[in-house]
Design a protein around this ligand. Structure first.
Ligand code: 7RM
Length: 654
């Protein structure tokens, strides 16, 4: 049996940026991209110094990089500060009174706006300095680890930037995670402090953040201090000698807090990402290389201009929130939008209201959200004026062409290029994408490598595969924002990312490259389906199912089968209003037969109104696999968004 992945998708549409868009873009043509890309790969010593000059340095770096496999270092010997780059350097010119953060709180009710706050760069700088002094006052010194467990309020970004300002390493834990998830992360990184809020709003109710912290800290003696933001005004317990209120602490400090001069390789943050098995991995990012990656990709991929209002909908508990909502946007001096609530609470048009209200120009979200919008119906969209938009982005999963076309037509009104950005928590910033003024996009393909990124599709032996043959996506050389290690476990880092295929970074994704060099991600390698000797990526079969007019979303997994090796099981969410009949299964099977061929016809189709997803919206196929095999779900479920989904799926079994 071969390790290649059979590719079935027949998508051939191509969308060129309009002449008007290209003309105003940072990078305006394929030739311009190619020239810079080649320079970044073949002459890194001329390319990177020029790029790095766009950051503010306290001390110039001496050596560009060092690569002692698997450990990378960049801009060695330099000193800088991420918070200084995101704030102080914008205060000397016309950005000083520009909006840095535009925040919309969870709406008070149907048709009502949320609370609203705008922080200019001057405001944000002051808040960060004040809070950085609060951290110092509470015993934090450079190198300490701090857990941030907060709702999506400006103070969450303020806390991150304050840590960065004094050289404390933050680890943001998504506000929806449980006490147990907190315990694991606090222990793993040896945190001394937790920054939290009394509670956070979610769909009209209050999530008891502080209560979860109290619960967790019964088992975390290392945490000496908890700083509590008053947000939801819910009743909480204050542990004397350990817990202090954010607003009270501010009374004791000044706003004078110069940014620490930090080494290029100083640890900026640890972000936990769940592996398919075992305990979560603490992905470590450091200062200079990470910041440059976030800064440059924000500028070029989103074609960011001074006048833009940028909205990345990701929560800051996810890497996308770190690199684009906070660090990339602010390092560029942009206006970044933060929204506390859910897209469909109290009504499914929340996002479109916000775009209209703040005249958002760049909108960046995930396929899972796009499919949900499709499901809720176009009427929610069309009643709002979205004409401020000029660019759309997608991240998190392969976007099925069906969803891509809807995003393009209904949200972008055929005017806005879409950038489909492939990257990982581990990569720190976007690695594969189109540049919106320079390249055509193809629905379902992420596009071409970003500057300095050298990705290849290879077989098990590490041999590069020809065009249109699916295999493993690897990256040949380290880039500035690559993770530095798994915190506390360098062995696991090596094993996980640099052993499968020697001497290269292993992404864990299946992929093919077409004749134009475009990359098509076909799903995670662990999820690849094996049908009668053919290895097929999940994305292609799922795209085919979702292209049926009655389907909103689908996930396909393999179930052990004594005859074929694996039988395909499809979990399908029908569109709203669809009546599920026994005939629908047959209809879907023949639709798949037409779209990609009989080989991909599932043996079993199960209808469900929800799929198990992570908090960031990725379908957890691992859990579906266990359900399809009829067994118990044994793996880690701490990242699962809604535990009820599993119970329901099991109850639905025939
Ligand atoms: C940013 C983020 C990483 C995994 C990655 C892929 C999948 C992400 C895309 C994508 C196809 C995309 N970080 N993925 N973006 N697949 N096209 N544009 O998602 O660490 O949470 O996940 O997500 O499988 O390996 S992450």
């Amino acid at each position: 049996m071969s390790a290649d992945i059979t590719s079935l998708q027949k998508e051939t549409r191509k969308f060129k940026p309009s002449a008007a868009f290209a003309k105003q873009a940072h990078i305006q043509s394929p030739a311009e991209y190619q020239k810079l890309y080649r320079e970044s790969i073949h002459s890194p010593r001329s390319f990177w110094p020029r790029m790095a000059k766009e950051l503010a340095w306290f001390k110039p770096w001496k050596r560009l990089h060092e690569w002692e496999e698997p450990f990378a270092k960049w801009f060695i010997g330099g000193q800088l500060n991420v918070s200084y780059n995101c704030l102080d350097r914008h205060l000397t010119g016309s950005r000083r009174n520009k909006a840095a953060i535009v925040w919309e709180g969870e709406p008070a009710g149907p048709g009502k706006p949320g609370e609203e706050r705008v922080l200019t760069y001057t405001d944000l700088h002051r808040e960060v300095c004040l809070f950085a002094n609060v951290l110092k006052r509470n015993g934090i010194v450079k190198g300490d680890r701090i857990i941030i467990y907060m709702p999506l309020v400006p103070e969450a970004a303020i806390a991150m930037l304050a840590c960065a300002r004094i050289g404390a390493t933050h680890s943001v834990v998504f506000g929806g995670f449980s006490a147990q998830a907190l315990i694991d992360r606090i222990h793993d990184c040896g945190a001394k402090m937790v920054i939290t809020a009394d509670g956070g709003y979610r769909r009209g109710s209050v999530i008891p953040l502080k209560k979860n912290v109290d619960e967790a800290l019964k088992q975390c003696a290392g945490v000496k201090r908890v700083i509590v933001l008053r947000r939801a005004n819910n009743d909480i317990h204050i542990e004397e000698g350990r817990d202090v209120w954010w607003h009270r602490e501010l009374e004791y400090v000044t706003a004078d807090c110069p940014a620490e001069h930090l080494d290029s390789e100083h640890p900026l943050y640890i972000l936990y990402t769940s592996g398919s098995t075992g305990k979560p991995k603490g992905v470590l990012h450091t200062t200079a290389g990470y910041l440059l990656g976030a800064y440059l990709t924000t500028k070029y991929v989103f074609d960011l201009k001074e006048e833009d209002t940028f909205w990345c909908t990701a929560d800051i508990g996810w890497v996308t929130g770190h690199s684009y909502t906070v660090y990339g946007a602010l390092a560029n001096g942009a206006t970044t939008v933060l929204y506390e609530g859910a897209p469909n609470w109290p009504e499914p048009d929340r996002f479109w209201r916000i775009i209209d209200k703040y005249k958002v120009t760049i909108f960046y979200t995930a396929p899972t959200a796009i499919r949900a919008f499709m499901r809720w119906g176009d009427d929610w969209v069309t009643k709002h004026d979205l004409s401020s938009l000029r660019l759309l982005g997608s991240v998190g999963e392969p976007i099925n062409p069906e969803a891509w076309m809807w995003y393009y037509n209904v949200i972008g009104k055929k005017r806005c290029p879409i950038v489909d950005t492939w990257w990982q928590t581990e990569t720190g910033s976007i690695l594969i994408t189109t540049l919106p003024g320079a390249m055509s996009t193809k629905p379902g393909s992420a596009g071409l490598p970003f500057f300095g990124v050298d990705p290849v599709v290879v077989n098990k032996e590490g041999k590069e595969l020809p065009a249109n043959v699916g295999g493993y996506l690897i990256i040949r050389k380290p880039w500035p924002s690559i993770m530095r290690t798994i915190y506390g476990d360098p062995e696991r880092f090596k094993r996980q990312y640099f052993s499968e295929i020697p001497h290269v970074y292993f992404t864990g994704d299946g992929c093919r490259r077409d004749k134009d060099g475009y990359f098509w991600i076909v799903g995670r390698i662990d999820d690849v389906l094996n049908v009668a000797g053919h290895r097929i990526g999940t994305a292609e079969v799922e795209s085919a199912i979702v292209s049926h007019p009655k389907v909103a979303e689908a996930a396909v997994v393999g179930r052990p089968d004594s005859l074929k090796g694996q039988a395909l099981v499809a979990f399908v969410t029908p569109k709203q209003g669809t009546v599920v009949t026994p005939e629908l299964k047959e209809e879907l099977r023949s639709h798949i037969g037409v779209q990609i061929g009989s080989i991909a016809k599932p043996d079993d189709i199960r209808f469900t109104d929800a799929l198990p997803k992570t908090r960031s919206g990725k379908i957890m196929r691992r859990l579906l696999k266990e359900i399809a095999a009829g067994g118990d779900v044994k793996g880690d479920t701490t990242t699962l968004e809604d535990l009820n989904v599993l119970a329901k799926l099991r109850a639905d079994e025939d």
